[in-house]
Write a protein that binds this ligand. Structure first.
Ligand code: PLP
Length: 439
């Protein structure tokens, strides 16, 4: 059993000083292993993470929440960032890297002519929606999937506070979002074109934008996405693909490149900077120009580190066939789960794009099984949970070691499940699976 005492103590202090304990819901220790998760890192490199207590783990969880697609402290990206720092990361003048990055991203996505940059994913989506509403001179947004914390998105929960359940974590309250936004953002379901059609017929001629990830948790459906494209064409709505998580996984660029369906705007973040903050909104010239008719502007969007990191990421993707590696590692991990389940009789479901794989434990005690999995894998030197985000730094030998540990732990869970003693094996409470207020 590993001791994560220092991490626990730090988190106790955090909960007193920081409402909710962390800046990102998905990094809350309660989401993984309440009272046991290491919570904080002292150092991270490749796939290795060292916690405050000096334990090291191989990260088979969510790799910097999907941001560090190459691996932690990647040398090429870090060298580019160090050079940017040495040349001065900020000045009264602009960073030329942003112009080069705009060129590179529009070259990779030939349908796009222009780019704007911000630093986080959610804010980039807010930029995209503002541009779309300005261009279309309409207000209603049809939305599918998760797109961040901003008012335009969370307002979907004003009409019915569970409208976005299934799109984002259940239980998110739109408190603080002005009632005046009610009805302006309306959710539809991936793979169910009728749910989009009913928004179209219900909003008159007011549809400004259709916002979606080109793939949901399961494999992308090119026919569905083509159908959405047609509705955007018919209604004049701006089609926005949120590629914040799907981008730079299956190919060098947006996943939509593999579907043969072009949006009007695409948004990237996470993988684009390998953990350094940078997000991009790329789009067709006539739509992007609407950014000039409204006010979208921020000091922090002009620093040099973000675009310098992104250029280094793009270079590495183009030189090293990174996507092929991510797909292969993801497929291997999915196989590991299926084989371990088969071998031990444990009931699981495996889904997701290969580089963004999901593992679901089935049955009544599923949340406790998931927690026990994380607890036992931690003891074997792995950060692990119900999702695995592949990084370029994951090597087949790492997967082989992970496979041995998974087989052992699945066996342990299966035997505990057969005797109804899963919770008895947990050293703390069951992990949260949705948003909960922390006291
Ligand atoms: C598809 C998608 N959109 C938007 C966001 C929000 O990005 P950020 O957390 O950088 O604000 C995320 C983050 O997980 C995401 O996966």
């Amino acid at each position: 059993m590993v001791s994560t005492k220092k991490g626990q103590e730090m988190y106790d202090i955090a909960r007193r000083l920081i409402p909710g304990g962390t800046q990102l819901l998905s990094k809350r220790p309660e989401m993984f292993l309440p009272d046991g998760w290491p919570s904080y890192y002292a150092a991270a490199s490749g796939i290795t993470v060292t916690d405050l207590d000096g334990n090291t783990y191989r990260d088979f969880a969510i790799g910097g929440v999907g941001a560090t697609v190459l691996g932690y402290a990647d040398q090429c990206v870090d060298n580019a960032v160090k050079a940017a720092i040495e040349q001065g990361s900020m000045s009264t003048l602009n960073a030329p890297e942003e112009v080069v990055l705009a060129e590179r991203l529009t070259d990779l996505h030939p349908w796009a002519d222009m780019a704007r940059f911000s630093r986080a994913g959610g804010e980039a989506m807010a930029v995209a929606v503002r541009i779309a509403r300005t261009h279309a001179r309409r207000a209603t947004v049809a939305v599918c999937g998760y797109h961040g914390w901003h008012d335009w998105y969370l307002s979907a929960n004003l009409a019915k506070d569970d409208a976005l359940d299934g799109h984002l974590l259940p239980g998110l309250d739109p408190a603080g979002v002005p009632r005046g936004l009610e009805g302006l953002t309306r959710p539809f379901q991936y793979n169910d074109i009728d749910t989009l059609n009913s928004i179209v017929s219900g909003c008159g001629d007011d549809l400004a934008a259709i916002v979606m990830e080109p793939a949901s948790d399961s494999d992308p459906d090119a026919e569905f996405v083509k159908g959405v494209r047609e509705i955007a064409n018919q209604t004049g709505a701006v089609l926005i693909f949120d590629e914040i998580t799907s981008g730079f996984r299956l190919t060098t660029g947006g996943l939509h490149l593999t579907l043969g369906v072009d949006p009007d705007i695409a948004v990237f973040a996470k993988a684009l900077g390998n953990g350094y903050p940078i997000s991009a909104i790329i789009g067709r010239r006539e739509i992007m120009q609407a950014a000039q008719n409204t006010f979208i502007s921020s000091t922090s969007w002009t620093e040099r580190i973000g675009p310098a990191a992104a250029l280094a990421v793009l270079n590495k993707f183009e030189k090293e066939m990174i996507s092929d590696h991510l797909i292969e590692i993801g497929q291997r991990v999915k196989q590991v789960w299926l084989e371990a389940a088969d071998h031990t009789g444990l009931k699981v479901a495996v889904s997701g794009l290969d580089p963004l794989a999901h593992l679901e434990f089935l049955g009544d005690s599923a949340p406790a099984q998931r927690t026990l999995f994380t607890q036992e894998m931690l003891g074997r030197g792995f950060l692990a949970g119900p999702a695995f985000y592949a990084m370029a730094a994951h090597m087949p030998d790492d997967v082989a070691d992970y496979a041995d540990a998974c087989r052992e732990v699945f066996g342990l869970i299966a035997s505990a499940a057969s005797t109804g003693s899963i919770e008895g094996r947990l050293r703390g409470p069951v992990a949260h699976s949705g948003f909960k207020r922390l006291t």
